[in-house]
Design a protein around this ligand. Structure first.
Ligand code: ATP
Length: 274
């Protein structure tokens, strides 16, 4: 069992509804990209799936469990099965890469082992194994504040691989990388997820990467599912209606989103594939 959302809504404290009436079913082992304009609710959805936020209404099931009904110990156990790759990984600047990656398993280790791992790297070989596909083995003992933004993002990915999470959530995981490295990293993330039969949900602003690498693409618009399609069925018209911006108008909207230039004028296109 992967992820089930039934009529899920979420309103941030003091804010407007960020998600409304979300119905989704993501099977174990599926790889899904979430796209949509700024403020559409992508990060909020991922934080919800990471149990960092709870639904304001509706029902959320993750890996066969209902987070809202769990006590703190059971919630901690569930969280240890879920890996979140952040846009800007919150890694302590002075921490060594080996320690930062090892921290992926803190939630699975006993307290003494977890504390010891923060002082002394207990599993250098294991960390090297996940840094190798990220091409970062030479950074094993570097401090996090000595890495570039793109390298830090790859450390964040390595950490989730090390965690051996069953559900991997990636929030703009390649935003700090150049286009070639971003393409390579998204391809790698998809390959590793497929090999390990991990469920992968990633938010991306790069529409081309979503369509190229993910079998399924969900378009979020104003906190609602605008479309939910196999990548091959995402048409220019669907993307145009997803990114249509009444305030900017069609020309500026194209300049502000990575939407191909072939899109025609904004029109009232009914979303499909739901
Ligand atoms: N902590 C918060 N408190 C109040 N409102 C919030 C909070 N976080 C997000 N929001 C609001 O929720 C809505 C969705 O935001 P969210 O960050 O999920 O969008 P997004 O699609 O990830 O955007 P972006 O692509 O710019 O990162 C926005 O209207 C935003 O202003």
């Amino acid at each position: 069992m992967g992820v089930v959302l039934e009529g899920v809504g979420l309103t941030h404290a003091g804010g407007l509804p960020a998600l409304q009436g979300i119905d989704l079913r993501i099977e174990a082992g599926e790889r899904v990209a979430v796209i949509g304009s700024s403020g559409a609710g992508k990060t909020t959805l991922l934080r919800l799936l990471a149990t960092g936020l709870m639904p304001s209404n509706g029902r959320l099931m993750l890996l066969g469990q209902t987070p809202a009904q769990l006590g703190s110990a059971a919630l901690k156990k569930l969280r240890s099965r879920i890996g979140l790759i952040h846009q800007s990984p919150p890694l302590p600047p002075r921490q060594r890469v080996v320690t930062a990656v090892q921290a992926g398993r803190l939630g699975q280790w006993s307290l003494p082992r977890a504390l010891m791992s923060l002082c002394y790297p207990l599993d250098i070989d294991g960390v090297e194994q996940v840094l190798t596909p990220m091409d970062l083995t030479d950074k094993l003992f570097s401090r996090c504040d000595q890495l570039s933004g793109g390298q830090l993002q790859r450390v964040g990915i390595a950490r989730v691989l090390y965690q051996r999470a069953e559900l991997v959530l990636a929030d703009e995981p390649v935003a700090a990388m150049d286009p070639l490295l971003a393409d390579h990293t998204v391809a790698l993330l998809n390959r590793l997820a497929a090999e390990r039969q991990v469920t992968l949900v990633a938010s991306l602003h790069a529409v081309d990467l979503a369509l190229k690498h993910f079998p399924r693409v969900i378009g979020l618009r104003a906190g609602r599912v605008h479309f939910d399609c196999p990548a091959g069925q995402v048409t220019d018209a669907l993307l145009e209606s997803l990114y249509a911006n009444d305030e900017l108008g069609p020309v500026q909207a194209q300049a502000n989103h990575p939407v191909p230039q072939t899109f025609g004028p904004v029109a009232g296109v009914a979303p499909r594939c739901l």
